[in-house]
Design a protein around this ligand. Sequence first.
Ligand code: GTP
Length: 237
Amino acid sequence: MAYARALLKLSGEALMGEQPYGIDPAIVQSIAEDVSQVVSNGTQLAIVVGGGNIFRGLKGSAAGMDRATADYVGMLATVMNAITLQDGLERAGVPTRVQTAIEMKEVAEPYIRRKAIRHLEKGRVVVFGGGCGNPFFTTDTTAALRAAEINANVVFKATKVDGVYDRDPKQFPDAIRYKNLTFQEVLSREIGVMDSTAIALCKDNNIPIVVFNLFEPGNISKAVAGETVGSRISNTS
Ligand code: GTP
C-alpha cells in the first residue's frame, strides 16, 4: 500500500456519467466498488465531492446572480451528492460518515476535524459536503484544505480526463500527457487542472496530487497502490 491516508476529490460532473444532469447510479456503484477495495486493503479514505452536476456557483454568477449567493447554492448541491454517495458506499458495504461544513445536523454530522480523523482510523470513509463553508472557494480548494487538515498523504483528483496535458486534448489530438510535473510548473504555466489556491495549498503543505480518469474501473485502487495512473503533481518532478 503506497498511501496510508488519501483524500479523493470527485467532481460533481463525474457523478453525472452520461446523464445531462444529476447522478448516474451506475457511476456511484462503480465508485463504491472501487472504494470498497481501497478501504479493505487498509487505506484510510476521505472524499470531497463537488456539486457541478446540480448547480455550479460560477455559472450562476456568470448569469448575473450574486457570486456569494450562487456559491452557497453550489455548496448545498455538494451536500446532496455527499449523501447520495454515502448511500451508494454503504450499499456496497463501506461504512461511511458525511460531515458538512455548513451545519445542518438533522441531515449530517457537522465538520469536526478530530471526529473525521477518528472515523478514518476506524476504517470508515468520510465524505465532506458543503465545500469549505465559504463562498469564493472551490471544492478543489476544499480538497486541498481537508487533505492538509487530516494529514492525508495524497490528493486524488478523479475526473473525466486521464491526466494533465500540455494542451486541451479534445481540441489538440497531439496533446501530450504529463506523467510528472511540479506545482511550480502548474502555477507558472497556468495549467487549469485545479485552481491556483488549491495548487498553492498542496504545494505549501507538500501534498502530491494525482490526476486520473474516474471512468476506468479500478483506477482509484491502482492510484492508492502507487501504480502509475494519470499525472502526478508534486514539489519534485
Ligand atoms: P463512534 O463515535 O465511533 O461510535 O462513531 P459513530 O459515527 O458510529 O457514532 P455516533 O454516535 O457519533 O453516530 C451514529 C450515527 O449518527 C452515524 O451515522 C453518524 O454519522 C450519525 N450522526 C452523528 N452525529 C450526527 C449529527 O450531528 N447529525 C446527524 N444527522 N447525524 C449524526
